[in-house]
Design a protein around this ligand. Sequence first.
Ligand code: C9U
Length: 463
Amino acid sequence: MAQILMDNDGVLKARGCISNLDHIPMLCGISDVPGKQIKIECCQTSFCNNATFPFIIPSGMTDGNYGTGRVILIYVVPILVVVAVAGLVVLLLRRSYNRRIRQYAAAVAASAITPNYYRDELRVTAAGDSTLREIFNDSITSGSGSGLPLLIQRTLAKQIWLAEVIGKGRYGEVWCGVWQGEKVAVKIFFSRDEASWARETEIYSTVLLRHENILGFYGSDMTSRGSCTQLWLVTHYHPRGSLYDHLNAHTLDHTELITIALSTINGLLHLHTEIFGTQGKPAIAHRDIKSKNILVKLNGACVIADFGLAVMHTQKTGEINISNNPRVGTKRYMSPEVLNEMMNMSVFESFRKVDIYALGLVLWEVCRRCVSNGLVDEYTPPFHDVVPNDPSFDDMKKVVCVDQYRPMIPNRWTSDPVLTGMSKIIRECWHQNPNVRLTALRVKKSLMKLAQEESKNKLDLEY
Ligand code: C9U
């Protein structure tokens, strides 16, 4: 609002009122600023600066309204107050967050055994600056089974960006998602299959299931969207997809075959084995082993997924912990004793035998895709030649129990030592009599022997 005029000496002269922040450096009392050649003369009464030059003073600025003190009061003080209040709020929130985390960790540690998905815990919206893997690795002490701390699990659904659907089935959908910059797999269950979600959550949360051949678990979340309940299970993401996808798209060499077989049995052996002590686990039987429930890691080894039907057993109590899930295993992979309803459900070993039968079928699917002497078989699911797509219980019962039919072992396998060894193991897995079937430990030992012979043969050929 200053008027600038040139006087006879060619010097710029200005006068007016301090009306914006740029004028603040022109403080009254500074009469001469060295080097800048600014001369400031201040006055404070109405029209006091109207003496030297003609100047039209805008209305409303005649009463010293725009003095320095006034500008500071209007602009600077409110800004300082806002900054101070914001700082205080951030400080208080951080303190409260840290206190709640500590309280929560203590509560979780005190109730580590209780299934946790019905408890209404505190909620936070951020997992700090840690990356997913850092939080995951640190969470071993949180008492939340295999996953992230419960507090963080509870906010997963809000924080995950779902990128694309990678699987659909009777259970619901599987998505590839992103959480804190990392890819994750998200299984979204239909609400009618809540029992599977609850069982899987319980198994992962109460049991330390971390193993290189078991699908890694981050967390589980139940959220309400309107009238709809969403059930999420968040796990590691494996870009190669399921063993079923992999076998459909690729053939295998001997090393790849042995890697798949050994890693799968390693995962199953870990499940089947009870580990005693504080860091222990009950024996677990899977009850839905199939190539779609096995995932292939980037290093070619496999992990077992889907614990929605699993049963647990501890020798100490002798109790068989089976959920009241109406779901049954996949009919194509059902063992003869399940199909003819002769399985002894009161003996945990019976559940292990059912898994081993299904494993035999999976190993057969894998071996067909292994190249020997330049030959390979196309991918087919077991019994593709004798039952329709989506076979009924009775279709399977007729084939497996009445006809006692098993998938055909191709002739070409007999001229390959690895495939011959595999066919022997496979036959002992899918035997009609469950008591004659191999245990997971026996399968692992036989496979390791086969792997040793194969690597020796390979070395003999190379040198
Ligand atoms: C559909 C079966 N399934 C796959 C995954 C899961 N189920 C799952 C199980 N429990 C919890 C969460 C997820 C799963 N999948 C991946 N990766 C993956 C990558 C690519 C595909 C599939 C799966 N493709 C399918 C065929 N088309 C191309 C992509 N990782 C972890 C779990």
